[in-house]
Design a protein around this ligand. Structure first.
Ligand code: SAH
Ligand code: SF4
Length: 350
């Protein structure tokens, strides 16, 4: 639901001011799926609203379930762009939705399916929040709830800052989904102006940085954005962010076998983190292993996952160098719902 359109429509229909909140609560708190299901507003009004505006911004095209209980939704915008979102079910009962912030992505990292699919446009705040709503509606049928939201799907959140910010506020809104700010995380490829703005926000939302390489040469090769915002400037911005907010920073490091997973790379990563004392104080390195993706010609990328031995050696060095780290367990690989595999793919049989 586009709440601005709703407000305009209610004004045009000369409705009392409380109607807006009534309908907002019905959609975001009670998870109603159509105007006709909102039974505390007059039936005549429901009919008028049905004619005046669409209830949903996105149409759910397909729901895929993974063996591990995760799920991937493929939705279409009203202008027919495909976007994907993922639900990750953790053993501890948490239910994390991974949302897309753009249809495609301008950054084009060499290992990422989203980047290869080209950029279409940024998503509105309502299109972003509705991806969470679709999963919340399904979970409700079994008495479950969305507990966390990560902005780690398709797109670069900080090239769509205002809409991402408004989506976060709507997710956090007491009259909305009422999700705690600490349960929301945003991941960026390293857009420095976005990191600075994020640090100025008066909130507790988590920040993750996709670092992936400890030197400019390697990082620029993997992530072209590094040519615009090189490592030393990025690290200084992150150090300032941690100093200012005193909030924990997640450093994502995607291990690509034979590319950035050597023990030398691990030492260089430790050196880099040790040179920025605020980052060192409050960051955790999250090791991600590569999920295979195809490029725009349908060819498999040139990368591969790290060998188990290389992964262990990398981890041992981080431990020895007193760098806090965790390993991300990837979900949904069998439905191409894992990190970096979201491409808005529409299968021909659908
Ligand atoms: N654009 C933002 C957020 C979305 S990407 C960003 O880049 O941070 C979410 C995470 O998935 C990033 O850390 C990204 O580097 C990682 N990723 C991309 N392609 C991947 C792949 N093929 N395998 C594993 N992780 C991947
Ligand atoms: Fe865009 Fe993130 Fe994929 Fe890079 S990893 S192309 S920034 S979505």
């Amino acid at each position: 639901m586009d709440l601005e359109k709703l407000q305009t429509t209610l004004d045009e229909l000369r409705q009392p001011t409380y109607r807006f909140k009534q309908i907002k609560l019905a959609i975001y708190r009670d998870l109603k799926e159509e105007f006709d299901a909102i039974d505390n507003i007059p039936q005549a009004l429901r009919q008028k609203l049905n004619q005046a505006l669409p209830f949903d911004e996105l149409t759910l095209k397909s729901e895929q379930k993974s063996r591990d209980g995760s799920g991937k939704n493929l939705c279409f915008t009203q202008d027919d762009l495909a976007i994907e979102s993922v639900l990750i079910k953790h053993g501890d009962g948490s239910r994390t939705v991974c949302v897309s912030t753009e249809a495609g992505c301008q950054i084009n990292c060499s290992f990422c399916a989203t980047g290869h699919s080209g950029f279409k446009r940024v998503l509105t705040q309502y299109e972003i929040v509705e991806q969470v709503l679709w999963f919340a509606r399904t979970l409700k049928t079994t008495g479950e709830k969305v507990t966390n939201v990560v902005f780690m799907g398709m797109g670069e959140p900080f090239l769509n800052y205002d809409n991402v910010r408004n989506a976060i506020l709507l997710l956090n809104d007491k009259d909305g989904l009422n999700l705690g700010q600490r349960r929301i995380s945003v991941s960026t490829s390293g857009i420095i102006p976005g990191i600075e703005r994020f640090g100025d926000e008066d909130w507790q939302v988590n920040l993750a940085i996709s670092l992936h390489a400890p030197s400019n040469g390697l990082r620029s090769q993997l992530m072209p954005i590094n040519r615009t915002y090189p490592l030393e400037k990025l690290m200084s911005a992150l150090d300032a962010y941690v100093a200012k907010t005193n909030r924990r920073l997640m450093i994502e490091y995607l291990l690509l076998g034979g590319t950035n997973d050597s023990t030398r790379n691990a030492d260089a990563l430790a050196d880099l983190i040790h040179s920025y004392k605020e980052v060192l104080r409050l960051s955790v390195v999250n090791l991600i292993t590569y999920n295979p993706t195809r490029d725009s010609d349908g060819q498999w990328d040139k990368f591969r996952a790290p060998r188990p031995g290389a992964l262990r050696a990398f981890e041992e060095i981080l431990t020895k160098r007193e760098i806090a780290w965790t390993r991300r367990v990837s979900f949904g690989g069998d439905i191409s719902g894992a990190c970096g595999q979201l491409a808005g793919e529409v299968n021909s049989e659908e």
